[in-house]
Design a protein around this ligand. Structure first.
Ligand code: BJW
Length: 244
């Protein structure tokens, strides 16, 4: 593949699977034992905040026990040694940040952060008391401390950074690259990114364990685990682009 001028990468839960973070829709996926509407909608938070808080507290705590894997590191290498790149992640874990990715947009929020219900301000809250599944956390931004909610984009809410995502896709031209890793293609608007990139002439490349529902949007498909596939792919691209 000739050297692109710009790269847009989209990642999903599959890239963190080899780090031990559960995916959503797999056999042992996170939605097993939870109905989506019970935990990942604003209505669930209004109706039963205790259950939602417990669900997210356990996942926030679990971040302390996982590390980035070879696929996260391969994307850091692509960003450092390749052309201008934006990494859009649907993941709410912090593994891209910890691997060292800097041009990063977590479009579905971040487990490390909480959001004040009154002011809407975000705060990183990962202290021991912040991770207690049985006690809500209060903000430090309001004169009367208010309850904080998970800083997560739930179904029906607008994903974060949509302007930046649209701008990055609009800037793609013929010969640029859109790389998608570890996502089932079920959730919009993320699932539409490959098609939008292809519409403006970018080459779309998929790395995923199984065929996603939007398989037809890709020019090149690599079915396999991201940690075992992506480092070699990035190595080959960089070698080809640097030789050209
Ligand atoms: C491996 C691997 C390995 C395993 N290596 N691969 C258009 C059509 C239809 C519906 C809609 C639509 N537009 C909007 C909607 C509604 C809705 C939606 O999409 N519903 C569908 C489910 C029907 N979307 C929304 O509500 C969104 N908001 C919205 O659209 O607002 C309107 C608006 C948009 C834009 C501008 C203005 C207005 C919000 C969506 C929020 C999603 N939030 C969640 C939950 C977060 C909370 C939490 O973390 O608990 O985000 S849903 C959940 O799914 C999570 C994920 O980020 C997201 C995507 O899942 P992902 O990453 O694809 O995971 P899996 O498990 O599905 O797949 C993993 C894949 O990895 C599999 O394919 C495996 O094979 C693979 N894999 N191991 C490589 N080792």
């Amino acid at each position: 593949m000739p050297r692109p001028n710009r790269i847009v990468v989209l990642t999903g839960a599959g890239i963190s699977a080899e780090s031990g973070v559960a995916t959503f829709r797999g056999e042992d996926g996170l939605w097993e034992g939870h109905r989506i509407e019970e935990v990942a909608t604003p209505a669930a938070w209004w109706r039963d905040p205790d259950t939602v808080w417990r669900f997210y507290s356990l996942r926030r705590k679990a971040l302390l026990d996982v590390e980035p894997n070879a696929a996260h590191h391969a994307l850091v290498r692509l960003e450092r040694e390749g052309p201008e790149m934006l990494l859009i992640t649907q993941n709410v874990d912090d593994l891209h940040q910890r691997a060292g990715s800097s041009s990063l947009l977590p479009m579905h929020g971040q487990l490390r952060m909480l959001r004040c219900e009154r002011s809407g301000r975000h705060q990183e809250r990962m202290g021991e008391a912040d991770l207690d599944p049985s006690t809500f956390v209060d903000c430090t931004c309001c004169s009367t401390p208010s309850r904080m909610r998970p800083d997560i984009v739930w179904f029906g809410e607008v994903p974060m950074g949509m302007d930046r995502i649209h701008a990055a896709i609009d800037a793609l031209r013929m010969g640029d690259l859109c790389l998608v890793v570890g996502t089932s293609g079920h959730v919009h608007p993320a699932a539409g990114i490959a098609a939008a990139a292809r519409n403006v002439g970018a080459r779309t490349v998929l790395v995923n364990l199984e065929a996603p529902v939007n398989l037809h949007d890709f020019d090149e498909v690599h079915l396999g685990p991201a940690g075992g596939t992506l480092p070699g792919l990035v190595e080959a691209w960089l070698e080809e682009w640097n030789d050209a």
